[in-house]
Design a protein around this ligand. Structure first.
Ligand SMILES: [Zn+2]
Length: 304
């Protein structure tokens, strides 16, 4: 009796065990998604794995079945989270307009190479130089060309409004010849707030501002000077000093930045600083843009 009872107990245990294994197997089948496709679980797992590696993070999180993909889904979730944190940091996005005056020069091609490498565009306020052939390169690279004067000679251009526009028409023609485009924006040499013009003609800046509007030309000054034409202890600002100067100026403001730099033959410090300047603005979440006649202008107070 004892032996029979033990055998019976063993048999019942074995049956319970096999039923449990069966239920467990069915559960695994359903969890693996086999029900929907009626394919063997192993095939489905392979397909799932393929989906994980090829689908964009945002969609995988909702479609992936557990448990083989949970690690990937978690990783994707993290990356999505990081992305949203990044967006939070940069909103609202300020704009930066990199502007280069006094070119083209022997350095223009190098400036263009840096801008290309970092996939950003700038605005070049040009004068008449022996590097006029670079104007087409500037334009074809997707940058905007504005007029800055042909001669950049204060004595000549600010002698009278007539001589100013004669000089401006000259650079406008040069730009048109080289790029096939009519420039729509200008920057006065010395800026709209210059006082040097007073030496040659009292009140000329006010007259030029009014006349530029009549001609359909929009003029821009700047609200951040890189300082690349500044000197300290008889030496031009170094690359480091330029970067520091920009950072200090940008941190003081909360608006869009029109940054003044120079594409002049001797601006090697600016050229050296430019990759770091771009990286700085990118890190701060700025959107890079070019000036057009529709850009809200930044203008200094006209004092002559
Ligand atoms: Zn200039």
């Amino acid at each position: 009796m004892k032996i029979t009872y033990q055998n019976k107990k063993k048999r019942i245990l074995l049956e319970l065990l096999s039923i449990s294994i069966g239920i467990f197997g069915v559960c695994l089948f359903f969890i693996g998604g086999g029900f929907s496709s009626m394919l063997p679980a192993s095939v489905e797992v392979t397909e799932t794995t393929t989906t994980v590696t090829t689908t964009a993070p945002t969609t995988t999180t909702t479609t992936l079945p557990a448990p083989t993909t949970s690690t990937t889904a978690a990783a994707n979730h993290d990356s999505v989270k990081n992305e949203s944190v990044h967006i939070d940091n940069v909103a609202p996005r300020r704009r930066v307009y990199l502007t280069f005056d006094d070119g083209p020069s022997k350095l223009t091609k190098d400036f263009l190479a840096v801008l290309k490498k970092h996939k950003v565009h700038g605005t070049f306020f040009v004068i008449d130089t022996k590097y006029d052939h670079e104007l087409d390169n500037i334009f074809r690279s997707g940058h905007v060309i504005g007029l800055h004067s042909a001669s950049h000679d204060y004595k000549d251009i600010y002698e009278s409004t007539k001589s100013f526009w004669k000089d401006m028409d000259k650079i406008a023609d040069i730009v048109k010849e080289n790029t096939g485009q009519d420039a729509e924006i200008i920057r006065f040499p010395g800026g709209g707030s210059n006082t040097v013009s007073r030496k040659y003609s009292e009140g000329i800046m006010q007259r030029l501002v009014a006349q530029s509007e009549k001609r359909g030309l929009v003029y821009f000054d700047w609200n951040c000077d890189s300082g690349d034409t500044w000197f300290e202890n008889g030496k031009p600002f170094s690359e480091k000093k330029i970067l520091k100067n920009i950072k200090e100026s940008v941190e003081k403001r909360e608006d869009d930045i029109i940054l003044l730099m120079h594409d002049r033959y001797d601006m090697t410090n600016t050229l050296e600083a430019l990759p770091k300047i771009i990286k700085y603005f990118k890190k701060q979440g700025f959107v890079f843009d070019v000036l057009t006649k529709d850009t809200p202008p930044v203008r200094h107070k006209v004092v002559n």
